[in-house]
Design a protein around this ligand. Structure first.
Ligand code: UFG
Length: 326
């Protein structure tokens, strides 16, 4: 495989790049470093600093590197920011990605794997244990909407231009590479697992729990945490599936197992051996109470199954943060 990874200096993209080069694939990263980190890009990959909106650059990279599959991660990803500044999400996610797709279509590569999100579902229908891909999609914010618009564009482009595409709807990506050399880095950090580890490491005074009055077994929100290296294997499986001419579309990526915020805290305390300072606060606006994936389609069609549980997620994320701690 000869892969172009947009956003390959970001969290999930950099883990995919590592996996690709470990598997012997050729990877070229296109990233403008607006939120990514150049030092997260594996040295065996080629790194091009630039904008996905630059059609001449995209075309020249695809041609020079003889790219046959594009993994498109480059995006804004903050739900709260997308509520305050939706225009940024329409510009940087929708418009920029459409420009990227135009540039791809003018060249030879025909396989595109899009980073999508559980945020396309919004607040799921109550009582649904695990969401399948056909669950109603009612995004609550411009972030989720932006990914849904791009999925729709890819579906139409697939029919009209022969683009072979998959949209991988991640539930809660977490964890880090097992060897401790790559990790989740966002500035500012808003995600539960890295924040809990920062609190465990004493880099934060406390972890704030947003709401204990949800209709869940312990009152805290339930999410489906999926290991970032399991996501990496899903991308490769999806690209191979598309390259073999098999049907694409949307695939949920999760474990099918929900963990509450309180359970994540307990897991972090167990793995790190430290008591977490916790304070309670009101619900965070826009949080669904339960989001758990049914990833049956990915298992059936891509042959993908996550192999790492919440303990592995927390252990690997902790090791990557504090290499000598384990
Ligand atoms: N949480 C806390 N305290 C914190 C941070 C998070 O209690 O300091 C809680 C949240 O309320 C939520 C859970 O921990 O219940 C997980 O929150 P994250 O911010 O880690 O993740 P989200 O579920 O909000 O977001 C994830 C992805 C988004 C995606 C969204 C889909 O990170 O990209 O799922 O709903 F849009």
């Amino acid at each position: 495989m000869r892969a172009l990874v947009t956003g390959g200096a970001g969290y999930i993209g950099s883990h995919l790049v590592r996996h690709l080069v470990d598997e012997g694939a050729h990877a070229v990263v296109l990233d403008d470093l607006s939120t990514g980190f150049a030092d997260a890009v594996d040295r065996r990959a080629r790194f091009v600093e630039g904008d996905i909106r630059d059609p001449a650059l995209v075309r020249s990279v695809i041609e020079a590197e003889r790219v046959d599959a594009v993994f498109h991660f480059a995006a804004r990803i903050r739900v709260d920011e997308s509520v305050k500044d939706p225009a940024k999400y329409y510009r940087d996610n929708v418009a920029a990605s459409l420009a990227l797709f135009d540039a791809i279509l003018s060249g030879p590569a025909r396989v595109v794997v899009l980073s999508s999100t559980a945020a396309v579902y919004g607040d799921p229908d109550p009582g649904v244990a695990a969401l399948g891909e056909d669950h109603p999609k009612r995004p609550l914010n411009a972030y989720g909407e932006s990914k849904l618009v791009l999925e729709g564009a890819l579906a139409r482009y697939g029919q009209a231009y022969g683009l072979r595409w998959a949209a991988l709807r991640y539930f809660n990506a977490a964890g880090a590479h097992e060897d401790g050399s790559l990790r989740e880095r966002h500035e500012p950090e808003t995600h539960l697992v890295p924040i809990a580890l920062e609190a465990a490491a004493g880099e934060r005074t406390a972890l704030t729990v947003f709401g204990r009055d949800y209709p869940t077994s312990d009152g805290t929100c339930v999410r489906d945490y999926v290991h970032v290296m399991d996501l990496a294997t899903a991308h490769v499986a999806a690209a191979r599936h598309l390259a073999a001419g098999r049907p694409g579309g949307a695939f949920n990526l999760g474990t099918g197992r929900g963990s509450s915020v309180a359970e994540v805290i307990a897991c972090v305390e167990r793995v790190t051996g430290r008591a977490l300072p916790v304070v309670d606060a009101a619900r965070r606006p826009g949080d669904a109470s339960v989001l758990v994936a049914s990833a049956e389609r990915a298992e059936r069609e891509l042959g993908w199954r996550p192999t790492r549980d919440l303990d592995a997620i927390v252990r690997d994320a902790w090791r990557a943060r504090r290499p000598r701690a384990l």
